[in-house]
Design a protein. Structure first.
Length: 329
């Protein structure tokens, strides 16, 4: 059989593409080396922030708003809760270009934000200890997504729509046969008129010339009581520290507050470099300075969730600094 489209890698991007392409009437084959969602993908780790007012620049806003529409649509079609409108609070020194971009992009696209002085932030969320000289920008319409649930739902919807799916089947080679795309797997060779390569972190193994830099990133869960929960209106957050380092996090779920560092990480050459959480000395402690400075003592005890604390980010090196994901953390 010759497919209209073969998708190599069925994680966040590939699973969504498989669903929408099948819905559009194409004959589609989705392939993955594992069975998404799984703990080796970039989609691993329960949750992802979605921000609308965008510190990386207003040019991303139309993409993010379109993505939000599709997330809401997915939630409806799947009948599962995927989007949590907890709101996101961005905190940064007043002179930060990031926070200025958040404000500018909201102004340009008429997004609903609240610009807050440190005392206003402290009054609204006494759990957060914001230093003077900072600015808070809260956007109530954004929040976070249940990323693994989203991948699961797309795959299920794609299958129901008639999409062929081949999982636990690595693609070892891609090539062409005349006008057709050819995909070689341990299961045999498949052919399609078009091919989408959405293989995430190790896409360079299939397309060696792509300028990607796989980076090991970790996040961790910290013990926190109900004051930090979404029920108590505690938001998702991004924080720029006085030294420029950046942290992000989510409202506590089951008394565990998830926090990650946005910058930094360790460059990886091979999949073996994706070492378990705790292998790098800073893994468990990199957020301590941030937690001490921005939170009251109640968030202090590190709670490892060993199976769910490492993920790998693919940095795409473009001429302008830009993360791979336009709806990024
Ligand atoms: C620590 C961290 C925090 C993040 N925070 C946020 C956030 O807050 N908000 C946000 O929007 N984004 C965030 N991101 C980014 C977001 O998670 C990714 O952009 C997104 O998951 C990328 O999806 P993908 O489909 O490219 O990769 P993946 O979801 O990893 O999918 C790639 C798939 O390809 C498969 N594959 C690879 N090689 C082969 C092969 N040879 N043959 C067959 N299959 C193959 C893999 O098994 C995998 O399932 C974060 C990422 C990380 C790592």
């Amino acid at each position: 059989m010759i497919y209209d489209l073969i998708i190599v890698g069925s994680g966040s991007v590939g699973a969504a593409a498989g669903y929408y392409a099948t819905e559009a009437g194409l004959s589609v084959l989705m392939i993955d080396s594992a069975h998404p969602p799984h703990n080796q993908g970039t989609h691993h780790g329960e949750s992802r922030l979605i921000r609308h007012a965008y510190g990386e620049g207003e040019r991303y806003v139309p993409l993010v708003l379109r993505a939000q529409t599709l997330w809401d649509e997915l939630e409806q079609r799947a009948g599962e809760r995927i989007m949590h409108r907890s709101g996101v609070l961005n905190l940064a020194p007043i002179q930060s270009s990031f926070i200025q971009n958040v404000i500018d992009s909201a102004t340009q696209w008429q997004l609903n934000i609240e610009v807050m002085q440190p005392d206003e932030v402290r009054k609204r969320w006494p759990q957060i200890n914001v230093p003077d000289g900072y600015l808070g920008v809260f956007e109530p319409q954004s929040g976070y997504l249940k990323c693994e649930q989203a991948v699961r739902s797309w795959i299920q919807l794609a299958e129901q729509a008639g999409c062929a799916q081949l999982f636990n089947c690595p693609v070892s080679q891609i090539g062409r046969e005349g006008d057709l795309q050819q995909v070689t797997t341990i299961d045999g060779i498949y052919r399609g008129r078009k091919m989408l390569i959405s293989a995430g972190t190790w896409v360079g193994k299939l397309v060696p010339d792509l300028p990607v830099a796989p980076t090991r990133k970790v996040f961790a869960w910290y013990q926190a009581d109900g004051r930090y929960s979404e029920n108590n209106k505690f938001p998702g957050f991004t924080v720029e520290m006085p030294d420029g380092s950046q942290f992000y996090g989510f409202p506590a779920d089951n008394n565990a507050l998830k926090v990650g560092r946005h910058d930094g990480g360790q460059l990886m050459q091979q999949p073996e470099d994706r070492k378990p959480f705790g292998t790098v000395a800073a893994d468990g402690s990199e957020a301590f300075g941030f937690l001490r400075q921005f939170y009251l003592a109640s968030v202090s005890v590190f709670m490892a969730k060993p199976a769910a604390t490492i993920s790998a980010r693919t940095k795409i090196l473009l001429s302008t600094p830009c993360q791979a994901n336009p709806i990024g953390c």
